[in-house]
Write a protein that binds this ligand. Structure first.
Ligand code: ASP
Length: 326
C-alpha cells in the first residue's frame, strides 16, 4: 500500500507535470509574475548606486532587510557623501557622529545613535537588532558593542569635511539650508519578491550640529517604520520636526487606515504647515504599500527619490507643498 507521504509526493509531482505541460497554466503563471509590483527598492535622494546594490541582493535571494543594509552601506562608505557615514560633516566641535536604524519583516528593530569612528552604523544597528535584547544603543556604549563585535575604529573626518567646518566657523550660523549637502540622509525601503519588507535609515545628521544632538533618523517611528502587513515609510530633512510628528509611523498608520502612500506622505507634510519656520526647512517622506504603490512628498521642491522596480531604475522628482524652488 502506498504511504501517505509517497501519495502526497506523487500528487505534487503530478501537479507540476500538468502545469508544465499545460501552456495555459504556464502562461498564467508568467502573467502573475509580470503583474507583481515586487521586488522593489526605493530610497531618498539620488541614491542610484544604493538602490541598485540593494536590488541585486534581493535578486540573489536575499531578504529585504539584507538588501536595505547593503544599500545603506553604499553612501556610508562614500567620502563624497557629506551627510552619511565616512565623509559626513561633523558637529560644531569637529566630531563625526552617526545615527542609523533598521527594521525587518517581523517588526524587529535595531538602532545606534551618536556613534563615532565606525564606518557602517547600519550594520551595527542590525547587530543590535539581532544580537541584543535592546532596540537603541547610544554613544560610547554603541561603539563598545561595535568593537566587541568585530567592527574597527576609523577616522571618518575627511579633509573636505574639515575644510567645510572651518568655513562654517567663520560665521557659525546654525541655519540648515534647504536641499543642500545637509540633507542627504539615506532612507531605503525594500520588498522582496514575496512582498516582505525591510527598511533602513542612516545619517551623520545635521552638519555642525551641537555635540550630542540626535535627529529623527535612528528613531524607530520617526525616521523609519516598517509594518509587513501595511508597508513602510522613511524620512529625510530636518529631524527635529520629523521626530515631533513621529513622521514615518504616522504615514504607515494612515496607509493602514486606507490612504495610499502618496496621500499619506502628503498628509504627513501638511501636518507641518503651521510651523513658523516652514519656509526655511525641508522634509521629504517616501513610502511603499503592501500593494507595491509608491508615495513621496516634501515641503519644498528639489527632493528626489530613487527606485528600482522589476529591474528598472528611475529617479523621480517628488511633488511638494510649495511649488517655488528656494
Ligand atoms: N534627518 C536627518 C537629521 O535630522 C538629516 C537629513 O535628513 O538631512 O539628522
Amino acid at each position: 500500500m502506498q504511504s501517505r507521504r509517497k501519495f502526497l509526493q506523487n500528487t505534487a509531482l503530478l501537479g507540476v507535470g500538468s502545469a508544465l505541460s499545460n501552456p495555459l497554466l504556464a502562461e498564467n503563471k508568467l502573467q502573475i509574475e509580470k503583474d507583481r509590483p515586487f521586488p522593489i527598492v526605493i530610497a531618498t535622494w539620488n541614491n542610484e548606486k544604493a538602490v541598485k546594490a540593494a536590488y541585486q541582493v534581493i535578486k540573489s535571494g536575499g531578504r529585504a532587510v539584507d538588501a536595505v543594509e547593503m544599500g545603506a552601506k553604499v553612501p556610508e562608505a562614500d567620502p563624497n557623501d557629506t551627510s552619511v557615514g565616512y565623509g559626513g560633516f561633523p558637529d560644531r566641535d569637529g566630531h563625526v557622529t552617526l545615527d542609523a536604524c533598521i527594521m525587518d519583516e517581523f517588526g524587529n528593530a535595531g538602532s545606534v545613535m551618536f556613534l563615532e569612528d565606525i564606518m557602517h552604523p547600519i550594520s551595527v544597528a542590525r547587530m543590535v537588532m539581532e544580537k541584543t535584547p535592546h532596540v537603541f544603543l547610544a554613544g560610547e556604549g554603541a561603539q563598545q558593542f561595535a568593537l566587541e563585535n568585530g567592527f574597527e575604529k576609523q577616522n571618518l573626518l575627511t579633509d573636505k569635511a574639515k575644510q567645510a567646518l572651518e568655513e562654517w566657523r567663520k560665521t557659525s550660523q546654525y541655519q540648515p539650508k534647504i536641499n543642500v549637502e545637509r540633507h542627504d540622509t539615506i532612507g531605503i525601503l525594500a520588498a522582496d519578491s514575496n512582498g516582505n519588507f525591510g527598511g533602513a535609515c542612516s545619517t551623520s545628521g545635521l552638519a555642525f550640529k551641537m555635540r550630542g544632538r540626535v535627529g529623527d533618523s535612528p528613531i524607530i517611528g520617526a525616521g523609519l517604520y516598517v509594518d509587513n502587513e501595511v508597508g513602510a515609510a522613511t524620512a529625510t530633512g530636518l529631524g527635529e520636526v520629523v521626530v515631533k510628528k513621529v513622521g514615518a509611523f504616522s504615514i504607515v498608520e494612515m496607509m493602514r487606515n486606507g490612504k495610499s502612500p502618496q496621500q499619506a506622505c502628503e498628509e504627513a507634510i501638511k501636518r507641518l504647515q503651521n510651523l513658523k519656520n516652514i519656509q526655511d526647512l525641508q522634509v521629504g517622506y517616501i513610502a511603499v504599500s503592501k500593494k507595491g504603490e509608491i508615495g513621496a512628498f516634501s515641503v519644498h521642491p528639489g527632493f528626489q527619490y530613487a527606485v528600482v522596480q522589476k529591474g528598472k531604475f528611475r529617479l523621480v522628482d517628488s511633488k511638494s507643498l510649495f511649488s517655488e524652488k528656494k
